[in-house]
Ligand binder design. Structure first.
Ligand code: FAD
Length: 380
C-alpha cells in the first residue's frame, strides 16, 4: 500500500499543495490547533494575497530559482484559481490583492479544497529520518512513514503562531546548507544619535530609504522603540548591518524655496513636530528659509540623505517573515525537491526566498506549492 505524502505544516504553502493534489493521499501535520494561522492575521485580517505588479525584483533570493515557479503559477493564475473557488480578491493600494472581507475567506477555500486529505492538528513534528528509502516522521505523539515528505513549516517569525526551526533542522539533518536566517519585514531599533526619534512616536511621513543599492519607498512611522512603517519594513529585507540613508523629503524641491520667507518648520513637508525635532537636532533656529546661511542650508539638506546605523531590528516576534533559509542551489527549481535526498521537498518561507511587503510572500508560498504539486501529479 502506498503511504500518504506527508506535509509538515498547515500554513499557506501546505494548504495550497494539499488543495492541488485531490487525487493523491496526503497527510498534513500541523502543530497548531488550527490551520492557516498566519493567513488569518495577515494583511490587517484581510490577507494581502498577491500583487498585480509581480516580478523577481520584489524577492530577495536567487532570481533564477524563483522565476520558474512564479511563471508557472503567477498572480493571474492564482487569481483565476481563487475565482474558480468563489473567492474574488479586491485590489487595494493600487496593486495589492486582498480578501474582500476577511482572510478567513482564503483559509476556508484552502480547507474546503483540502478536505479530502487527512489533516492532523496539535501534533508537532520533531524529527525526520530516512531508512531504506522510507521517511520516518516523528511527532510529539507518534511516528508516520512515507516515501515523500514536504517541508512546509515556514520560518521563525511569530512563534506565537506556531513558528519553529524544524524545517531548517530537517534540511540540515539531510546535509543541506542553511543561509543564515534573520528577521525581515520588521522595524529597526535605534542607537543613541537617533534616540530623539522616540519622542516622535506616532508621527509618520513619506520617505525613500537606501540600503546599499536598493531604494525602498513608502511611509516611515516613528515608534517608541524606533522606526517602522512599510518603507522601513522593506528596508529590513536588505539590511544586515551598517548604515542606511533616509530621504525624509523625497518630493521636496529645494530650488523653488530659496527666497521663501516662511519659517522652516512650516515649509518642510513633514509633520510639524518632526520638523521641529530635526531642527533642534541639527542645531538650527526655526527662522525664514531665506535667512539661512549657505552652511545652514547645507545642514538642513542633510534631511534628504539622513545617514544612520540601526541598532538592530524588533526581532522575530515582530517580523512578518524570516529571510535566509534552505539554500536554493540545493533544491530543484521545478519540483522543489532536494538535490540531496530523493522524496524530500521544501516549500514557501523555509527556503531562502523572501518577498517584499505587498503579497509577495503568499504568492511565493502558493507558486512553490503549485510547482511541487505539478511535479507530483506528473510523477504519479
Ligand atoms: C503578522 C504577519 C502578517 C503577514 N502578512 C502578509 C501579507 O499580508 N501578505 C503576504 O504575502 N505575506 C504576509 N505575511 C507572511 C506570510 O504569512 C508567510 O510568508 C507565509 O505564511 C509563509 O507560508 P509557509 O507556508 O511557508 O509558512 P506558514 O504559513 O508560516 O506555515 C507554516 C506552518 O507550519 C507549522 N509548523 C511549524 N513548525 C511545525 C512543527 N514542528 N510541526 C508541525 N507544524 C509546524 C506552523 O504552525 C504553521 O502553521 C505575514 C506574516 C505575519 C507574521
Amino acid at each position: 500500500m502506498e503511504h500518504p505524502i506527508i506535509i509538515i505544516g498547515g500554513g499557506a504553502s501546505a494548504l495550497m499543495l494539499a488543495s492541488l493534489l485531490p487525487k493523491q493521499s496526503v497527510l498534513v501535520l500541523e502543530s497548531n490547533d488550527k490551520l492557516g494561522a498566519k493567513i488569518l492575521i495577515s494583511g490587517g485580517g484581510k490577507c494581502n494575497i498577491s500583487n498585480s505588479d509581480m516580478g523577481t525584483q520584489y524577492f530577495l533570493g536567487d532570481k533564477s530559482f524563483v522565476t520558474p515557479a512564479l511563471k508557472s503559477f503567477d498572480e493571474v493564475a492564482l487569481l483565476h484559481w481563487l475565482q474558480r473557488q468563489g473567492l474574488e480578491p479586491v485590489l487595494r493600494k493600487q496593486t495589492q490583492y486582498f480578501c474582500k472581507n476577511s482572510a478567513k475567506e482564503l483559509v476556508d477555500v484552502l480547507i474546503r479544497n483540502a478536505k479530502k486529505q487527512k489533516i492532523i492538528l496539535n501534533e508537532m513534528v520533531t524529527e525526520v529520518r530516512k531508512r531504506e528509502g522510507i521517511f520516518y516522521v516523528k511527532t510529539s505523539k507518534k511516528t508516520y512513514i512515507s516515501s515523500k515528505v514536504i517541508v512546509a513549516s515556514g520560518g521563525l517569525s511569530f512563534s506565537i503562531l506556531g513558528a519553529s526551526a524544524i524545517g531548517y533542522e530537517i534540511a540540515q539533518s539531510f546535509g543541506h546548507h542553511i543561509i543564515p536566517t534573520a528577521p525581515a519585514l520588521v522595524g529597526f531599533t535605534i542607537q543613541k544619535p537617533e534616540f530623539f526619534f522616540k519622542t516622535l512616536s506616532g508621527a509618520s511621513t513619506q520617505v525613500l530609504i537606501s540600503v546599499g543599492d536598493t531604494v525602498c519607498k513608502g511611509a516611515l512611522l516613528f515608534t517608541h522603540k524606533g522606526l517602522s512603517g512599510p518603507a522601513v519594513l522593506d528596508a529590513s529585507l536588505y539590511w544586515t548591518k551598517g548604515k542606511i540613508s533616509i530621504d525624509f523629503l523625497p518630493s521636496f524641491d529645494w530650488q523653488t524655496i530659496t527666497q521663501s520667507k516662511k519659517q522652516i518648520s512650516s515649509l518642510l513637508p513633514l509633520p510639524k513636530r518632526v520638523s521641529k525635532a530635526f531642527l533642534l537636532q541639527l542645531q538650527l533656529e526655526d527662522k525664514p528659509y531665506a535667512r539661512l546661511t549657505p552652511a545652514e542650508v547645507k545642514t538642513l539638506q542633510t534631511l534628504s540623505h539622513y545617514t544612520m546605523a540601526p541598532a538592530g531590528t524588533f526581532g522575530y516576534s515582530k517580523a512578518e517573515v524570516t529571510k535566509g533559509g534552505v539554500d536554493t542551489t540545493e533544491i530543484d527549481n521545478k519540483s522543489m525537491m532536494s538535490h540531496k535526498e530523493e522524496g524530500l521537498y521544501f516549500l514557501g518561507e523555509v527556503l531562502d526566498v523572501t518577498g517584499q511587503l505587498g503579497g509577495y510572500n503568499f504568492q511565493w508560498a502558493f507558486s512553490s506549492a503549485y510547482s511541487c504539486a505539478k511535479y507530483l501529479k506528473e510523477k504519479h
